[in-house]
Each structure stands twice: as C-alpha cells, then as structure tokens.
Design a protein around this ligand. Structure first.
Ligand SMILES: [Zn+2]
Length: 127
C-alpha cells in the first residue's frame, strides 16, 4: 500500500494484535477501519506514532487526499472532541488517515477526560 499523502511505501505496524499501516516517509498512519478507536483504549499504543508533530503539520493541509483502498477523495474532518485535530476519512468506509503526531494527540484526550471524570466523581461523592 502506498501512502495517500506522499506516495511512499507503508509498513505494517502491529500493537497488541491491532495492525495499522504507517508511512515510512511522512510517518502518517492509516487505520483501515476503527483501529484508531481500538488503539485509543489500549495503554501505551501511542508508541506507534513515531513521527514529529512538525512533520505531521507539513502534510496536514494537503488537499485531494485519495483513499489508498478505493482511490476516492477523502473528506477532511475535525475530531468531535478535539477540533484542532484534522484527519482524512474515506467516505466509503475504508479507513482514516492521521498525520504524524496526530494519533498521540488524539489519544491524550482519553487521559485528560479520565482525570476530568475522576474529579467529577470525587465532587459528587463530597455532596
Ligand atoms: Zn506518507
């Protein structure tokens, strides 16, 4: 599979039984389904995102990104919870593409949310 952003070769990366494709050049990650949601729940999975944020930003604004599976132009969407994160989604359901550093960012939210829910639970107890 070639990278939808820079056309370089992608390599398989497996973390705790979940396999994704990572670009050997721009370090963007292709999740062929809901793997990004699965991996978000797995502790330590941010290690698969090895590229720098600066590198990811270079590719973030790229237009007309084609799905590596069906070649249709993907839609650039903002994450529901972290609107500063933009990723590409194949409208035919083939997967999503995160630029380097974006998955780490995407994953961090779970942790701060966890802290938030924790403080909320404590507050509730005190009442
Ligand atoms: Zn690439």
């Amino acid at each position: 599979m070639d990278c939808p952003k820079c056309d370089s070769v992608m390599e398989n990366v497996t973390y705790h039984g979940v396999t994704v494709d990572r670009c050997t050049q721009c370090k963007g990650i292709w999740f062929p389904g809901i793997e990004h949601k699965e991996l978000k729940q797995i502790k330590g999975s941010e290690v698969i995102d090895i590229g720098s944020e600066e590198l990811g930003k270079e590719y973030d604004d790229l237009k007309d990104v084609h799905c590596p599976e069906c070649d249709a132009v993907m839609e650039r969407v903002a994450d529901k919870f972290q609107p500063h994160i933009h990723f590409e989604v194949c409208l035919h359901g083939h997967g999503v593409f995160f630029d380097a550093g974006e998955f780490r960012d995407f994953k961090e939210e779970t942790f701060s949310d966890f802290i938030k829910s924790l403080t909320m639970a404590v507050k509730k107890k005190k009442k």
